[in-house]
Design a protein around this ligand. Structure first.
Ligand SMILES: Cc1cc2nc3c(=O)[nH]c(=O)nc-3n(C[C@H](O)[C@H](O)[C@H](O)COP(=O)(O)OP(=O)(O)OC[C@H]3O[C@@H](n4cnc5c(N)ncnc54)[C@H](O)[C@@H]3O)c2cc1C
Length: 382
């Protein structure tokens, strides 16, 4: 397959494996994942078999040692078939990046060697999209920490193995601390399953923690320094991969829309929908939008890898640029497919529903514009 993401040789081979899983496993089950709102376990198992759950884990612990560029590439590929699966993997890469930086070797090996699935458990009913201000608590115990929380929307809830979890600090000053919480920990509960309009296969359910005990070495980074982990590690991984999922969704919707308008038409003169110049103009607008975002994303990767002065700005922009373009492109895809777009078999409405979550996932688009505006005016962002 082509290598638009400029991956190294190993990365290219791993993307080819991701492409195979996308074609052979994810695509055939994508409709069922959405319609029945089932977690795509078979796809996750296929990725595990191909070593793709260890994509971004360090080679020293048994991973492939790939970075954010490869995470972006595979998430974009998965999203073209099933945005739910792509989102699960995006969260897994974010969680893995935090574990790689601050986790014990045992936790890191659990991901890289045993194929453990991770996710971010940040959002809470009490702080909503303002994830940098968690209100859940942590307290020191003789053996480690005790956690109490009411998390509101956690991808892979009840399906993953390790939650990368935010809380108020146990003892130190600061906004937050980050912990690795094993999913089997006593006291974790999922009060109700996820039933959503989009990303229906994500298992993005609430989670409560009641006096959950975790060992002391499951604190990720210093107590009270969770904000640094969120901004230094999670933000780039989350934002750029979110943008990649938006690109994959747009590609998926455009592909299906083009199939529809070039194959369906009007019997009275044998013309196709795509013979209408207005429809082709909309297709062109969609193509231009997607390629602009892809070009931006490549530049954002360069900025981060090269520690460029504009790297932070690119991180803040990436999620909002991808998600806003995605709203526009999916509206156009629905429009050119007309009434047929409402039928599931055309395949566009699913991308339309799934893609909308990108704007409201924290940091929400409105907050990002505020951050970018402050940065542009030389004001402190937080
Ligand atoms: C499908 C799905 C999966 C998710 N998975 C996860 C996950 O795995 N882990 C996780 O931690 N979270 C997850 N989330 C939660 C997500 O990250 C956000 O926390 C959540 O979607 C925000 O919704 P809310 O209703 O809490 O937002 P609210 O905070 O209530 O915001 C509502 C609206 O208010 C406005 N607003 C809020 N704050 C600001 C601001 N600072 N500036 C300007 N305007 C503002 C915006 O218009 C915003 O859209 C998921 C969400 C969804 C939809």
């Amino acid at each position: 397959m082509s290598n638009p993401w400029k991956l190294d040789k190993d990365g290219e081979q791993l993307l080819a494996k991701a492409d195979k899983v996308a074609r052979e496993v994810i695509a055939p089950m994508a409709a069922e994942t959405d319609e029945k709102a089932v977690f795509p376990r078979k796809a996750i198992e296929a990725m595990k078999k191909e070593g793709l759950l260890a994509l971004v884990s360090d080679k020293k612990v048994g991973g492939h040692g790939q970075g954010l560029r490869a995470g972006v590439a595979v998430c974009e590929r998965y999203a073209r078939e099933c945005p739910s699966t792509a989102m699960i993997m995006k969260m897994h890469h974010c969680g893995t990046a935090v574990l790689e930086a601050h986790g014990t070797e045992a936790l890191r090996r659990q991901v890289a060697k045993d194929g453990a699935l991770t996710t971010l458990a940040f959002s809470e009913y009490a702080s909503r999209s303002h994830f940098w201000l968690p209100q859940s608590t942590s307290a020191k115990t003789p053996k480690g920490f005790k956690l109490n929380a009411a998390k509101q929307l956690i991808t892979s809830a009840g399906e993953c193995d390790i939650y990368v979890w935010s809380s108020k600090p146990a003892a130190a000053e600061g906004f937050s601390s980050i912990f690795a919480v094993p999913a089997h920990s006593a006291g974790l509960k999922i009060p109700k399953p996820y039933s959503g309009m989009g990303l229906r296969g994500n298992a993005s359910a609430p989670i409560t923690a009641e006096n959950v005990e975790i060992p002391s070495d499951h604190l990720l980074g210093p107590d009270g320094k969770g904000f640094d982990v969120m901004m230094g590690i999670v933000m780039p991984w989350f934002s750029l991969q979110n943008c990649a999922v938006s690109v994959g969704c747009m590609e998926g919707a455009l592909d299906r829309a083009i199939k529809h308008v070039t194959s369906t038409g009007y019997a009275y003169d044998n013309s196709k929908i795509a013979d209408l110049p207005q429809v082709r103009q909309h297709v062109a607008k969609m193509r231009c939008r997607i390629d602009m975002v892809r070009g931006f994303l490549l530049d954002a990767l360069d900025a981060i890898e090269g520690s460029r002065a504009d790297a932070v700005l690119r991180v803040l922009q990436s999620k909002v640029i991808g998600s806003e373009a995605s709203l526009e492109v999916h509206d156009l895809a629905m429009r050119i497919c007309g009434g047929a777009a409402y039928r599931r078999e055309v395949g566009v409405e699913r991308f339309f529903r799934d893609s909308r979550a990108a704007t409201v996932m924290a940091p929400v688009a409105d907050a990002l514009y505020e951050f970018i505006g402050k940065a542009a005016c030389g004001m402190p962002v937080f």
